[in-house]
Unconditional design. Sequence first.
Length: 45
Amino acid sequence: QFVQPKELRQICETRNNRPRKKLGYLTPKEVFFGESNIEKLTDDP
């Protein structure tokens, strides 16, 4: 049985959006793209 592309994308999206303790509770996606809620909250306008 093969994994369908749609299922694979869903699995990747789920795993990349799960916060990780090792990453300071950021998601892998946030770390990869340099995004974090901390930066957004502390940046001066």
